[in-house]
Design a protein around this ligand. Structure first.
Ligand SMILES: [Zn+2]
Length: 317
């Protein structure tokens, strides 16, 4: 690491390392209260892709240690999916071992509360063209729900004056595969959940796949002729509907995601969207494009504002 980059990291101007885009349709000027109070400090670890093979177990533990050993220690960890390398196309025995490493590492190397959401690679069997696997009770999301001890595939909770909504982005596509979408039942639940939150309570939304993002254009998106084509598996296909719902609930302030393994930030209609890279970088193969393995810390304040920082940690064995 060069001196200039190290200094850059220390100054906390890290967001600039990711794409910084501000699209304020109302051109409002954000006013930060001078006496705002921090109410929660989150470590956001996403796309960890644990497997028994090196360096994944060491790297996962190193990220947990790096987060917990920060001078300004986080209160909680948010993990936004793709916990294990892959359950979608792997035999049961492989998936058992991946979840074993996940659980043992969290148990032995972490003392913070962890909030989980489901990623596409945590869903068992959806990209396996074997009809018999569909009869297995663990086919699909149930296995991940059990391993992550979730009360449901989507849920919400209150903490320190904020309301947190954890979404399930992963919608099946027949005959096998997925797309990023809230099913009808989940969307109705989301509307109902937001309607119950007092306007004075700020809301943070977690999803594995970005609701909207910039880095998707540098991942799978392609230009064909005069048209950009963005895959429905890289960004929420129902972003319009979700944006409209958030516009009705202006206390929604922050959305966190992973999936793309690239880092960006975007602000649109008063909502900040952060896609915070990947703890595994390029699936434990080093940098993914310009981005080394990383996690983020996010400070949430009592006036609905937030700030964040990206941490590039020592992941190599
Ligand atoms: Zn993913």
């Amino acid at each position: 690491m060069s001196f200039s980059r190290k200094k850059f990291l220390q100054t906390g101007s890290l967001a600039a390392l990711g794409a910084a885009v501000t699209l304020n349709a109302s051109a409002e000027t954000r006013i930060v209260a001078p006496n705002r109070k921090r109410v929660l400090r989150v470590a956001h670890l996403t796309d960890i892709h644990v497997q028994p093979q090196s360096p994944a177990p060491h790297g996962f533990a190193a990220a947990l240690h790096a987060a917990q050993n920060l001078a300004d220690k986080p209160d909680i960890i948010f993990s936004t999916g793709d916990c294990i390398m892959d359950a979608s196309s792997k035999h049961r025995d492989v998936v058992v071992k991946e979840w074993e490493v996940w659980n043992s590492t969290l148990k032995n190397e972490n003392s913070l509360e962890v909030v989980h959401c489901i990623g596409n690679h945590d869903v068992w069997g959806w990209t396996m063209p074997h009809a018999t696997i569909k009869a297995d009770k663990h086919y699909g999301k149930l296995w991940a729900i059990e391993e992550l001890k979730l009360k449901n595939r989507y849920y919400s909770f209150d903490k320190n004056g904020w309301h947190f909504i954890v979404l399930d982005s992963i919608h099946p596509v027949e005959p096998f595969g997925y797309t990023a979408l809230l099913d009808g039942e989940q969307f109705e639940w989301l509307k109902e959940d937001l309607s119950k939150v007092p306007a004075s309570t700020y809301v943070c939304v977690l999803s594995h796949i970005p609701i909207v993002g910039v880095s998707v254009f540098f991942d799978g998106a392609k230009v064909h002729g005069s048209t950009w084509h963005v895959s429905g598996s890289d960004m929420h296909r129902d972003a319009h509907e979700i944006k409209n719902l958030f516009w009705q609930h202006k206390n929604v302030k922050l959305c966190l995601s992973g999936h793309i393994h690239l880092i960006d930030q975007l602000e649109y209609l008063g909502v900040k969207y952060l896609c915070n890279g990947a703890v595994s970088g390029a699936w434990w193969g080093g940098d993914n494009q310009e981005f080394p393995p990383a996690f983020a810390t996010i400070n949430l304040y009592d006036d609905g504002t937030s700030d964040h920082e990206i941490h590039y940690y020592e992941w190599k064995v």
